[in-house]
Ligand binder design. Structure first.
Ligand code: NDP
Length: 396
């Protein structure tokens, strides 16, 4: 049993807080802190109404290490679940190191003025975390997160060597708006408008944004167009899955979504370069975010399912083998349980399970790790128990 500190009261932070509250035998006390205290209070009230549990709330600016250190020292949690934005990864990792507390996040560090994102500033914490005897879990969401665990599970139980991995992420949900993003619009749009990238035969191959398309028949959803994108789990899986020859990531977008995005891009609304507007400096993408629907408001409106999983091909006992491991998650069922749609749910649940792996012991190992570096079995077992059951299918 342990106390946890959750930072960030958006879609993902809300799901993680609700899910932790449902497992009191592991999470005996929960503190939720964020920049806007009213959002924490609304989540606190929802948890009290749904599950009859009381959580504490606090205010913190996670861009300021000194505020974080004061908060962590006051709360004295066993783990900090960083579910704010990727811009805060480094300040929170540093604060956890100073306080000697385990750390977990769901997205790798991104600098606010440079959309490039990778692990090169987070992996170097490994030695200092190891010396301090604390654990840092990088990317404990769905993708990255569960997709990394699916890879490790396949490598452990289904293959002698995995040669090809395709990660496919489909959102078959419909929220009824002409255009909205399912999680933080700024992060989402940055990701989608970036160049594509995959890894083959020992090197990275760049593509134009959304240049490569694959129409795939997703279980529980049906055929959808998926587009090749760069995604952060590729960087660690290339290092940690031995024998890999190619790995790619695909995400579905509707024609309607892509048409709106194209127009917004063409008129300059997705730019992160500041402009002067009536004597004030504004970033067009920040302005766009302010006028788009808040992802947290999509919950009651979104119907349909998500389907995220890995198709993996390789050899077992000298014979070729191809399997697909995936999860289907229903937007409306998530909303009924925790008041959020499936995109936040599929991220918040693995964040809770990652924290559970640290508190209960199986993943408590000093240093900084991506999820495929740890034993996948206890994590896979908890996915089935806490709302993200998975299937394994042998493919021809
Ligand atoms: P939201 O934008 O809904 O929520 C972000 C929260 O962080 C808000 O409560 C926000 O506060 C808070 N926040 C932002 N800046 C600060 C700060 N300086 N100090 C304290 N709090 C701050 O995002 P999501 O919940 O959708 O996403 C959360 C994280 O999960 C992101 O990093 C995202 O990239 C990641 N993610 C990972 C996925 C995966 O599968 N691995 C999938 C989806 C998301 P305020 O309300 O004041 O703005």
């Amino acid at each position: 049993m342990a106390k946890v500190l959750i930072i960030g009261a958006g879609g993902v932070g809300s799901v993680a807080a609700h899910k932790c509250a449902q497992v009191p035998e592991v999470f005996s006390e929960i503190v939720l802190a964020s920049r806007t205290p009213e959002k924490c209070e609304a989540i606190r009230d929802s948890i009290r109404e749904r599950f009859g549990r009381q959580i504490e709330v606090a205010r913190v600016d996670a861009d300021r290490k000194s505020e974080l250190v004061e908060l962590i020292k006051g709360v004295q949690p066993a783990v900090v679940l960083h579910l704010a934005l990727p811009y805060q990864d480094l300040t929170i990792m540093e604060a956890c190191l100073e306080c000697g507390v385990d750390y977990l996040d769901t997205a790798n560090y991104e600098s606010p003025d440079n959309p490039f994102f990778d692990y090169h500033l987070q992996w170097p914490f490994h030695e200092s975390y190891r010396e301090k005897g604390i654990t840092g879990l990088l990317g404990s969401g769905f993708d990255p997160g569960v997709t990394n665990v699916f890879s490790a599970y396949a490598a452990k139980h289904y293959f002698d060597e995995i040669h090809y991995i395709d990660i496919l992420d489909a959102n078959g949900g419909d929220h009824g708006y002409p255009f909205a993003t399912n999680f933080n619009p700024e992060i989402n749009i940055r990701e989608v408008t970036a160049k594509g990238r995959y890894w083959e035969n020992g090197q990275w191959v760049d593509t134009e944004p959304l240049e490569k398309k694959w129409t795939f028949d997703f279980p529980g959803i049906g055929p959808r167009d998926a587009y090749l994108m760069y995604h952060e789990e590729l960087e660690s899986l290339v290092k940690n899955i031995k024998g890999l020859k190619r790995i790619r990531f695909w995400m579905t977008f509707s024609e309607k979504y892509l048409k709106h995005l194209e127009v917004l891009q063409n008129v300059g609304m997705t730019s992160i370069e500041p402009i002067n507007f009536q004597g004030r400096e504004i970033v067009p993408l920040h302005f766009l975010q302010a006028v788009l629907p808040d992802p947290a408001s999509l919950g009651p409106r979104t119907k349909g399912k998500t389907c995220i999983g890995n198709i993996m091909e390789g050899v077992k006992d000298g014979k070729p083998r191809k399997i697909y491991i995936y999860n289907n998650c229903d937007h409306q069922e998530c909303y009924r349980e925790v008041g959020s749609q499936a995109v936040s749910y599929t991220t918040g649940v693995p964040a809770m399970i990652g924290a559970m792996m640290l508190i209960n012991g199986p993943w408590k190992k000093p240093g900084v790790y991506n999820l495929e570096q740890l034993d996948p079995d206890p994590f896979m077992e908890q996915l089935n128990r806490h709302g993200l059951p998975w299937n394994v299918v042998e493919l021809e």
